[in-house]
Each structure stands twice: as structure tokens, then as C-alpha cells.
Design a protein around this ligand. Structure first.
Ligand code: FE2
Length: 295
């Protein structure tokens, strides 16, 4: 490994357990369905022990930076946020870890502002502001954070960037075009989804913007599966990578917890980015699942 190689780890959708007991007043509308779903299914899938094992492995990798692409909590209960912040503090300090919100972090209107407050040091851009898009430069990287987290109706898990964020992103990408940086876009929802109730509603606008300006890599969560999709950019296709929930046991078509490691460096031929996927196998051992050159 050369001195100039930068290592970026990527974990997503920790869905921190255990879920604190909700107060009756917190279980109106959308949260009621979510709570029933947690009690019936998700509490047997998203385990704290699994999350701690994944996070410990990631920390042992001594990556230069760790990206956590959303869904740190489950029903966005007030009592979920402090434990989630404590968990993220255990992953690493704010200058070494960047997070963004997912749909579960803004599950209902009442607490949709809490993620931004509690995780502000992990969200703040290099200019100190907490907002989206945010830009953090680390080594050769420009990490560009987006938020698709908006409260939605019951049974919906869609995400939306909105016009203002898209316009601001265009300005960020125009500015970065003049610089020699490896641009990594962090966004919770995948850029393409077959499930209408889980999609990013304005993904077409984001894809059009990426086609004009490009980035080198997109990291997302939300689908809880291993995923590599390619999207058109101005200088070739852009890889968009998803990975299973960092706390999940394998269930149905959903694989067990995993994480990504990206090694990024520049040589005479341009950027080089390789992906290693590591995840939980039989016997609860974490092993390498895949290695691929992306760029
Ligand atoms: Fe999730």
C-alpha cells in the first residue's frame, strides 16, 4: 500500500438496538406501524451484538475515514438519539467519521430536526455549517453529503432531495470541477429503485446533474443489500455502491451485516479505486466477500 493511498470505510443502516420503550403519546400514526414491525420482525434482525462486531472490525481496519450513510435510529423516538450518538462516538471522532440521515432518522415531523442537532459535529462541512449538501475534504477526497431524509406517510420509505438541495449541489460540483479531488457522494437512498414506496422521488434530477458534472463514487444505504450500479457521467460511468445493514442477521433475500473498504489513489493514469466488501459469514466470522476495481 503506498503512502498516498487513502482508505475510506463505508457502513450503513445501523438501526441501533435495542429500541427504547416508546411512550403512548409517541405511538401515533406512522410510529405505531413501525413499532409493530419492530416487535414482530426487525428486533430479531437488527442486533446490537452484530453492529458492535461490524463496527469493531471497521475500527481495526484503521481507515483514514468512515462514512455512515444513514438510518442510525429506527422510529426517531426522542430516547433513541443519545444512544445513537454514543454509538457513533465509539466508531470514531467527528473529524474521522461523516454521517448523513436516512428516512428512519426523520421518521416523523416531531423529531425530524433532532438528527441535525445531535450529530452536528459529524455533519458539519469544512466551513463549519451543518446543512446539505455539505463538503468535507479529507486527503484526496471531497466528501459531499446529501440528505434525502423527509418524514413520509405510513408504509412509505421514500426520500427527496428537493430543488434547493439539488441547485446547491450543482454549485458545489461546479466549484469542485476546478480541483483535483476524488468526489464521493454520500446519500441514503439508492439512485435507482424498483420499489415505488422506497424510492428517491427526485432521483432523475440527481442523475441528470451527475451526468453533467460527475463524481467519482456514490455511496448509499437503504436497500440493505449488496449493490453496485453504474450511472452515466461526463467522463465515463459512475459506480454507486450499497451494502447491507451493519447490524443485520441474514433473513430472506437480505444478507448479513457487511461493510465496504475503498482504497483510493492517483497515479499517472488517473484515479484508481478498489472496493473490498467484508461481511458476516457462517459462525459469525467476518470474511472477505468481494474485491473489485471500480475506477
Ligand atoms: Fe435502513
Amino acid at each position: 500500500m503506498s503512502d498516498r493511498m487513502f482508505v475510506l470505510a463505508h457502513i450503513t443502516d445501523p438501526h441501533l438496538a435495542p429500541l427504547p420503550a416508546p411512550r403512548c403519546s409517541e405511538l401515533r400514526s406512522k410510529r405505531l406501524g413501525g413499532f409493530i414491525n419492530w416487535q414482530r420482525k426487525r428486533r430479531d434482525i437488527h442486533l446490537l451484538e452484530t453492529l458492535e462486531q461490524t463496527a469493531a472490525e471497521v475500527k481495526r481496519q484503521r481507515a483514514d475515514h468512515i462514512a455512515v450513510t444513514g438510518d442510525l435510529v429506527n422510529l426517531a423516538l426522542e430516547a433513541e438519539f443519545a444512544p445513537a450518538r454514543a454509538w457513533l462516538d465509539g466508531v470514531g471522532p467527528p473529524d474521522r467519521v461523516t454521517t448523513i440521515p436516512g428516512n428512519h432518522d426523520a421518521y416523523v415531523h416531531a423529531t425530524s430536526h433532532r438528527f441535525g442537532e445531535i450529530f452536528a459535529p459529524y455533519l458539519a462541512g469544512d466551513d463549519g455549517s451543518v446543512g446539505f449538501p455539505g463538503v468535507r475534504r479529507r486527503g484526496p477526497l471531497a466528501l459531499i453529503s446529501l440528505s434525502t431524509a423527509v418524514p413520509t406517510l405510513p408504509l412509505m420509505a421514500t426520500g427527496t432531495l428537493g430543488r434547493d438541495q439539488l441547485a446547491a449541489l450543482e454549485q458545489v460540483l461546479e466549484r469542485l470541477a476546478a480541483e483535483d479531488v476524488f468526489r464521493v457522494l454520500l446519500v441514503h437512498h439508492p439512485l435507482k429503485s424498483d420499489a415505488r414506496q422506497k424510492r428517491m422521488t427526485d432521483a432523475a434530477d440527481l442523475l441528470a446533474l451527475l451526468k453533467r458534472h460527475g463524481v467519482e463514487l456514490v455511496l448509499h444505504g437503504h436497500d440493505h443489500i449488496h449493490s453496485t450500479m453504474w450511472f452515466e457521467g461526463p467522463n465515463g460511468n459512475i459506480p454507486a455502491i450499497g451494502v447491507p445493514s451493519a447490524s443485520a442477521l441474514a433473513h430472506g433475500r437480505y444478507p448479513a451485516a457487511a461493510y465496504n473498504l475503498f482504497t483510493i489513489e492517483k497515479d499517472n493514469a488517473g484515479w484508481r479505486c478498489e472496493q473490498t466488501v467484508r461481511g458476516l459469514g457462517s459462525g459469525f466470522q467476518i470474511r472477505e466477500i468481494k474485491h473489485a476495481r471500480l475506477v
